[in-house]
Write a protein that binds this ligand. Structure first.
Ligand code: SF4
Ligand code: SF4
Length: 320
């Protein structure tokens, strides 16, 4: 992969240059110690590769997302997205976006926003709760920064570097930094599908489900959870807007259907459903794990339910 050696002030210049034509967001740790994706103008405002509490999905799938508005028989689509860039994004969040790219490949609102979004990744140091699995493919990015080097991962990245790196000399073909292709995290076993099916009545789900309070925090902070509901907001003048709103498979109403039937009425069933969805995928993405091992769900859970621990117990047969 094409890589340039860069001087210390290069990230400042890169951010200044990108900021001329797009809004910039990146992880920044506030005075309260919480990392958030924040609007930024300078590199020094950012905390590169820190894991923001709410992941980048909020920029592509906002919590309240108007899909269309109907006024006097005329449908209007949302305004085109403005160019933006995510700067200093850790590899796990780039892999999270790779999963959303698959899941929303045919969603016009998502794909338009994604095309308008430049990704600048940054090498991370895994924290104690991270368990990113080993990867075969690099994550999607336009540019990727590490101490003293930058990589280009797309034609857009090539174009930006061509304008900024004239004085830097020739690029080298170098692999991405250690750790970008995942770490030592739990890799789900090949026969996880069989293990999951066999675990339908496993006491593990009852035990962990009894601890779960269905708050939904784990899904809200997960970079690849995207359950949503569609609600229509009608104004007195006759205008109607359909809004895609974040929903949560831990909420009792999520699987409630007409007639009052609920496909997953208990917390244990909802917990097992989410874990199955995370580790095995569903629909056309069955077989594709959507857990990138960021550790957010374990940190957010008020009763310390950790997906890697539950997976390890499930696979080891403990609790069956
Ligand atoms: S399930 Fe947990 S560890 Fe896995 S991607 Fe979601 S928040 Fe991160
Ligand atoms: S954060 Fe913990 S308690 Fe809340 S829904 Fe998720 S697993 Fe249950």
């Amino acid at each position: 992969m094409k890589s340039f050696s860069i001087p210390e002030d290069f990230p400042d210049r890169l951010v200044n240059s990108l900021g001329e034509c797009r809004r910039l967001f990146g992880p920044a740790i506030g005075q309260d110690g919480v990392c958030r994706l924040t609007l930024a103008e300078e590199w020094k405002e950012l905390s590169p590769a820190a894991i923001p509490l709410i992941p980048p999905k909020k920029m592509l799938l906002p919590p309240n997302d108007p899909l269309w508005t109907l006024t006097e028989d005329i449908y209007r689509s949302p305004a085109p997205p403005e160019p933006a860039a995510l700067i200093g994004i850790p590899p796990c969040d780039l892999y999270g976006l790779a999963y959303l790219d698959l899941a929303f490949a045919e969603d016009p609102l998502y794909t338009r926003r994604r095309e308008a979004l430049l990704l600048v990744g940054a090498a991370c140091t895994p924290g104690p709760e991270c368990f990113c699995p080993p990867r075969r493919e690099p994550p999607p990015f336009d540019l990727f920064l590490d101490d003293g080097r930058i990589w280009s991962g797309s034609p857009a990245g090539d174009g930006i570097l061509a304008a900024l790196t004239k004085e830097l000399g020739e690029p080298e073909e170098l692999p991405l930094p250690d750790g970008v292709l995942g770490g030592e995290g739990v890799r789900p076993p090949e026969d996880l599908e069989r293990i999951f099916h066999a675990s339908l009545h496993d006491p593990l789900w009852r035990e962990v489900g009894a601890r779960c309070v269905s708050c939904g925090a784990c899904s809200a902070v997960c970079p690849t959870c995207y359950c949503y509901d569609a609600v229509d907001e009608a104004l007195p003048g006759g205008e109607v807007t359909r809004i895609r709103q974040w929903d949560n498979c831990f909420f009792r109403n999520h699987a409630l259907v007409a007639g009052g039937h609920n496909f997953r009425p208990t917390r244990s069933e909802r917990l097992r459903f989410r874990f199955e969805h995370k580790l095995l995928g569903f629909g056309t993405l069955r077989g594709v794990s959507s857990c990138v091992g960021c550790g957010r769900c374990g940190r957010a859970c008020p009763v310390d339910i950790d997906i890697s621990e539950v997976l390890a117990r499930l696979v080891s047969g403990e609790g069956t």
